[in-house]
Design a protein around this ligand. Sequence first.
Ligand code: NAD
Length: 243
Amino acid sequence: MNKVALVTGSSRGIGKAIITDFAKKGYNVVINYIKEYNEAERLKEKLENEYSIRALTIKADVSNEDEVQEMVANIKKEFKRIDVLVNNAGIAIDKEFEDRTVEDWKRTLSVNLIAPFIVSKYVGNEMLKNKSGKIINISSTNGINAFFPTSIDYDASKAGVINLTHNLAIQFAPYINVNCVAPGWVNTDMNKELPKDLIEEETNRIYKKRFAEPSEIAKVVTFLASDDADFINDEIIKVDGGY
Ligand code: NAD
């Protein structure tokens, strides 16, 4: 029987690369999206055709508890089980420190930190019924060190994801492995508005002298989901090329 992987926010960027790698490895996949209906449907068709797996697309705002419960119920109806959850969906609001508002903080925390809690709670309970599962949270190296106060709320949310990983690993032991991947700079839409000189400066700080490709993050995530990683638990893995 094919295993089932749910990746939140997987119609583009790192999430799309992760879901594609799962499909390539023979998983049935759940593509969660909030806005990008066309991208999600195109991806579903591509993955089903190329890898002979089944893909389900589900529109759900993962920071909304009702929508998450409905998403989990729909996955159960379609696939009967969930083997892997990747909490990938995230937002970054770029603003100067002085302009940043409490509303910005609330929005960032609700998508980047509270949503992974909500989804892990409902999916984790399903996994516990099968006494097995893998949860991988996507944090960021910004959650380990502070670099730019222009992303102060994002950084705090990603630091929170690291602590969430520790607590979920305790909560779901011994049945579910909970790990975290902390990427550095990655070539995705999230960074496409960045000023050219900042990109150049940051590229110079990276030992590998380039940003990561989304597929390079995906490979680490699908490894953590695999049986080969069964004894890796409560771990935070930086994937930043050296910085
Ligand atoms: P992206 O903006 O390209 O993709 C994020 C996806 O999440 C989008 O499809 C978006 O629609 C979706 N999303 C946002 N809010 C959602 C919600 N409430 N419910 C459901 N889906 C929602 O970003 P990306 O670069 O692919 O980032 C993916 C993850 O990796 C994020 O958690 C991000 O913080 C993290 N990350 C990215 C980088 C980077 O350099 N790009 C570095 C470190 C960590």
